[in-house]
Design a protein around this ligand. Structure first.
Ligand SMILES: Cc1cc2nc3c(=O)[nH]c(=O)nc-3n(C[C@H](O)[C@H](O)[C@H](O)COP(=O)(O)OP(=O)(O)OC[C@H]3O[C@@H](n4cnc5c(N)ncnc54)[C@H](O)[C@@H]3O)c2cc1C
Length: 423
């Protein structure tokens, strides 16, 4: 389970071994630095942020000099230039040490991944491309230079975050920008982010609301009319501090557009793997549940007496079943994140839904099985397992690809070709 690094330091083995999964050197190095950061910085802080439901702001400050806030900012703009897959593998490594920090980091990083490598892969006119490349530099400079933190509050409690109707949060075009009003629920990083990357519907006087007119705007946290309300005391992922964000006639300058008009809708419809980016955290949690179980049964878990429980056949079978489930989860997910691209085939999209469903359901199933197998003492709050169990419960609830919606889409799209009906 453990690996010895070139510098002699003992550490967890990577979730995806570089040679076995044919990762290139640069990819493997980035992932390794994320894993080391996770073990060194996230792991010792995770229990406190979970207990107090506080945001790990210092951890985000510590990510800045490591380059982790800019992992997906293109190299030309001062970032590490990680690809979609490299980011996913690095995020899984953070997820095994603190689910809430990894999930929050995902919200931040996606603001740069979607505007970076993903946008580079989208069809844009020459004018749109020039506008986008100029505007995104503003955001990248803040992140690379000042360590600015971005978040992604999309959810509104209705069908918009599921991608079926236009967002209720509206942007009224005015001189030099927009006036934004609306409400976002589950706004992870609320109160901690410097910019809220909000999806809203641009709607001029007398116009109807359309998903095609979705705008993706960075709203400064300190802008007039922005407030964070409500408390945050959930079952799991407590360190995300996902309170409610209110916006009332907030003036947002046009330069704060994270994508040109119409491009978010294009991304959502032609680059569906963008919604698979919540899953890496939960791959990490799945690995963490398995690692905990092996260490615990071997009597090697730090903080517990050296009591071995591995000699019981029932425990051995349980670990074998967990290993099978973990390998299945990793294999399907690795394939899905490796084939993410613009305009994927129908097979690739179905596989992406299947990967999301599998990761989110299996992470929690593995954590539940870990508790049953390790036994009563293993679920005490001084150990990480019960937090892994609670955090992993949240994955299948996350829109737009909840477990229910994944099944819904796989079933429908497997049985109907585009445009087919039974009439
Ligand atoms: C820890 C945590 C952190 C989160 N952080 C963020 C964040 O940073 N940003 C963010 O945007 N969201 C975030 N979320 C929210 C998450 O993505 C969901 O939006 C939220 O869990 C939905 O809750 P709900 O009770 O409204 O869901 P549900 O009621 O299950 O669904 C919401 C709505 O979607 C529609 N819907 C559901 N199923 C279907 C279907 N089959 N077909 C069509 N429409 C359907 C319905 O209209 C429904 O009212 C977070 C959630 C958690 C648990």
């Amino acid at each position: 389970m453990n690996a010895r690094h070139a510098d002699g330091e003992e550490a967890d083995a990577p979730i995806f071994d570089a040679a076995a999964f044919r990762l290139d050197r640069n990819e493997a190095d980035l992932i390794e630095s994320a894993r080391r950061f996770g073990a060194r910085v996230l792991a010792p802080r995770a229990a406190r942020h979970d207990r107090d439901a506080t945001f790990p702001l210092q951890t985000f400050r510590d990510m800045h000099p490591e380059g982790l806030l800019a992992i997906c900012v293109p190299k030309a703009d001062g970032g590490l230039g990680a690809s979609y897959r490299t980011y996913c593998l690095a995020a899984a490594e953070l997820g095994r040490y603190c689910g809430a920090t990894a999930l929050s980091w995902n919200m931040h990083v996606c603001s740069t991944l979607w505007t970076g490598a993903l946008a580079d892969d989208l069809m844009m006119t020459v004018e749109e491309r020039a506008e986008h490349n100029e505007r995104r530099q503003l955001h990248y400079k803040r992140i690379v230079g000042d360590g600015a933190i971005y978040s992604q509050p999309f959810s509104e409690g209705g069908a918009a975050a599921a991608g079926t109707i236009a967002f209720g949060t509206e942007a009224k075009p005015v001189d030099g920008g927009f006036l934004v009003s609306g409400k976002k629920i589950f706004a992870s990083l609320s109160g901690a982010a410097d910019y809220y990357g909000v999806l809203c519907t641009e709607r001029g006087e007398g116009e109807g609301a359309s998903r095609r007119n979705t705008l993706y705007l960075a709203i400064p946290a300190n802008a007039q009319g922005v407030s964070v309300v409500g408390d945050w005391d959930p079952l799991g992922m407590r360190g995300t501090v996902s309170r409610t964000l209110l916006m009332k006639d907030v003036f947002v300058p046009e330069d704060e557009m994270l994508m040109p008009r119409g491009v978010y809708f294009r991304a959502a419809t032609s680059w569906p793997h963008m919604f698979l980016t919540l899953s890496p955290t939960y791959v990490g949690l799945a690995q963490a549940a398995y690692d905990f179980t092996v260490a615990y049964l071997r009597g090697e878990l730090p903080g517990t007496p050296p009591v071995k429980r591995r000699m019981y056949p029932t425990k051995q079978i349980a670990v074998a079943e967990m290993r099978v489930m973990l390998e299945q989860t990793k294999a399907l997910w690795f394939q899905a994140v490796s084939e993410a691209r613009a305009n994927p085939t129908k097979e690739q999209v179905l596989r992406a839904y299947a990967a999301q469903f599998t990761v989110m359901e299996n992470a929690n199933a593995l954590a539940a099985k870990a508790i049953r197998t390790c036994g009563g003492q293993a679920m005490l709050k001084n150990l990480a397992l019960e937090r892994i169990y609670r955090d992993s419960r949240c994955g299948s609830l996350m829109l737009p690809w909840t477990a229910e919606l994944c099944l819904d889409r796989i079933g429908r799209e497997a049985l109907y070709e585009s445009g087919e009906t039974d009439d």
